[in-house]
Structures are given as structure tokens and as C-alpha cells.
Design a binder for this molecule. Structure first.
Ligand SMILES: Nc1ncnc2c1ncn2[C@@H]1O[C@H](COP(=O)(O)OP(=O)(O)O)[C@@H](O)[C@H]1O
Ligand SMILES: [Mg+2]
Length: 320
């Protein structure tokens, strides 16, 4: 049986590279354990690329980074059939999607065709090229970064794709002390690459084994009901928060309920419990739900965002 201690080692290892950003590091380990994709949002320079690189190295995963641009083609992700003159046949050359961890950097700069190739991979765990469908590695995990939407040349990802991300994590600037420490670490590192020289603390097969153990975590029926009520409340806002009644254009789907419960089980496991507590749900609800809620213009006008709504719902809905 793979040991939970490996995960604590992993979390500690990430902390030797990244200063602060505690919630981010916790969520990455939870997502790895829950088997979910993660969308990281924040301005440049907040260690997004660095943390993904550190994670991939620490878990000994095959890893590739792809910079998403307006001229990226689906084949640049999936790979393609290449004519081999020596044999006179076509041969499939796998693309970056066939790695265990894919860093999709600035995901919201690529056109819809690329997004749909990525969607098939994220949703079905497979890639189809030239009518042939191929399975992706068991561990396959997309870590995507997105610049805040107001930046030029970016657009909102399709809802169906956003729904495939277990978490959307919003990154914040470090405080003064943290930034001093960041600069120190960068000065000590070779060309500022603080993640260089990391070694693996666990292997992909161990992660898969740990995921099996997460499946055994117990969820009381009352807690299950609570989690699902929080999710469905985003589709019934007027019942809970009549003053904001029709601000949500589209609420979170059942996939969000699955994601919330699954990640709560992973959080419980990491915390060395074999049962979920309401705190697991409350802690993760924001990161599970914020990207799955589409607000209308009246919300924007009143300066209300998904986080405001989620925390209000958590305040109102009775905890078990
Ligand atoms: N919290 C942090 N901890 C450690 N290094 C950081 C942190 N925030 C920023 N950096 C450093 O800042 C630089 C930019 O990081 P990078 O990962 O390229 O940012 P991003 O991908 O978000 O634009 C790197 O040298 C990185 O080491
Ligand atoms: Mg980057």
C-alpha cells in the first residue's frame, strides 16, 4: 500500500520551491490525488509555470509545457500522422497531450478548434486523430494557466471546458516579506530557476495506488446532501439569495457535485481522516464552483462575483 507520508513529503517539497501560496500548493496535491485538472488564474510572474514544473518533477511525471497562442493548431497538441517515405506508410507521432502532466500555458489565447481537441483529452481521457482513437496515460492531468480575462487577446473558455477543471485557483500577489524571500531564492538559483535540481518524491504508480485509497473515504449522507445542496443552490439562487435572484445565467452542473465530493475525500485523506467533514466541503467549494458559474451583466454592474455568491451561499445553507 502506498504511504500517505509520500504526499506530505510532496507538499513539503513544493514548499521548498514556492514561497507562500499555501492554498495553491494544498490544492495541487488534492487535485493530483483526486485525479482532476486545474486552472490557475493570475497575472504573469506569480510562479505558475514554476509550480507546475516543480510538481511534475516531484512526482516523476512525463511533462510538457505548451504555450497557447492564436495560431496553435489542434495537431500541435494531439500529434499527427506523418508520412514515412522509407516505408511508404503513415506513422502517428504523438503530441504533447500524451504526457502525464501537460502545462497548457495561457490556455485562453488559443482558438476554439484547439480547445475542442483539449476538451476530448480532458473529458474522455483519449485523443482521436485521423479517425483513430488513442488512450492517454493513466495519470493524465492538465494544469492550465490563464491570464485574467480583461487582458487583451484573451477570451472566456467554453463552459463545457471550464466544467472539466476540478479547481480554478486564483493567485494573489505575495506580501513584502514573501517577495523578499522569493528574490533571495531566485538569486541563489541558477538563472532564477528555483525549481531546478528537484528530485522525485513519489512515482505515478504510487499516486494511482493512493487514489484507490481515497475511494474508501467515508461520506455521511448528511454531508453528501449538504455538498450537493451548495452546488444546486447556484442553479436556484432566488430561493437562497432573492436579492441576487437572476444574476446567475448558468449555475454549476452535477459534474460540480461529483468534483466537490471527490476533492473533499482527497482533502480528508490528506488530513489523515477516513471520513469527510463539512469543513472539507466549505474549504473547497470556492475553487470547485467559481469557474462553473456564469454571471449576467447585472452582477458585473453591482460588482458581485462568483466568490461573493459562493461565500454567501455557504453562510446561508445549514451545515450538517
Ligand atoms: N511564490 C513564489 N515562490 C518562489 N518563486 C516565485 C514566487 N513567485 C514568483 N516567483 C519567481 O518569479 C519568477 C516568475 O515565475 P513564473 O513561474 O515564470 O511565473 P508565471 O508563470 O506565473 O508568469 C520565477 O523566477 C519564480 O521563481
Ligand atoms: Mg508562466
Amino acid at each position: 500500500m502506498a504511504d500517505i507520508k509520500l504526499l506530505h513529503d510532496l507538499r513539503a517539497r513544493l514548499g521548498t520551491v514556492i514561497v507562500g501560496q499555501e492554498a495553491l500548493l494544498d490544492r495541487l496535491v488534492i487535485a493530483l490525488l483526486a485525479g482532476g485538472h486545474v486552472l490557475l488564474e493570475g497575472p504573469p510572474g506569480l510562479a505558475k509555470t514554476t509550480v507546475v514544473h516543480a510538481l511534475a518533477t516531484s512526482v516523476d511525471a512525463q511533462y510538457q509545457r505548451v504555450q497557447f497562442t492564436p495560431d496553435l493548431m489542434p495537431g500541435d497538441l494531439t500529434g499527427s500522422d506523418i508520412y514515412d517515405a522509407s516505408t511508404g506508410t503513415f506513422r502517428f507521432i504523438p503530441g504533447p497531450l500524451f504526457h502525464e502532466i501537460l502545462l497548457a500555458d495561457e490556455i485562453n489565447r488559443a482558438p476554439p478548434k484547439v480547445q475542442s481537441a483539449l476538451l476530448e483529452a480532458m473529458a474522455e481521457h483519449q485523443v482521436t486523430v485521423g479517425g483513430v482513437t488513442r488512450a492517454l496515460p493513466l495519470l493524465f492531468m492538465v494544469l492550465a494557466t490563464q491570464n485574467p480575462l480583461e487582458q487583451s487577446g484573451t477570451y472566456r473558455l467554453p463552459e463545457a471546458q471550464l466544467d472539466r477543471f476540478l479547481f480554478q485557483i486564483i493567485l494573489d500577489y505575495p506580501d513584502l516579506e514573501q517577495e523578499i524571500e522569493i528574490s533571495r531564492r531566485a538569486r541563489k538559483a541558477h538563472e532564477g530557476h528555483v525549481e531546478e535540481g528537484l528530485t522525485a518524491v513519489l512515482k505515478p504508480v504510487e499516486i494511482l495506488a493512493l487514489r484507490e485509497q481515497v475511494n474508501e473515504i467515508f461520506i455521511d449522507e448528511k454531508i453528501e446532501r449538504y455538498a450537493v445542496e451548495v452546488v444546486t443552490a447556484t442553479r436556484n439562487l432566488s430561493k437562497y439569495l432573492p436579492q441576487w435572484g437572476d444574476m446567475i445565467q448558468t449555475g454549476a452542473s452535477p459534474r460540480a457535485s461529483i468534483a466537490l465530493l471527490r476533492s473533499a475525500m482527497a482533502r480528508a485523506f490528506l488530513d489523515d481522516r477516513d471520513y469527510v467533514i463539512p469543513e472539507d466541503i466549505i474549504e473547497l467549494a470556492g475553487d470547485v464552483l467559481r469557474h462553473r458559474i456564469v454571471l449576467d451583466f447585472s452582477a458585473q454592474a453591482e460588482d458581485i462575483n462568483a466568490d461573493t455568491i459562493i461565500s454567501s451561499l455557504l453562510n446561508i445553507i445549514n451545515q450538517p
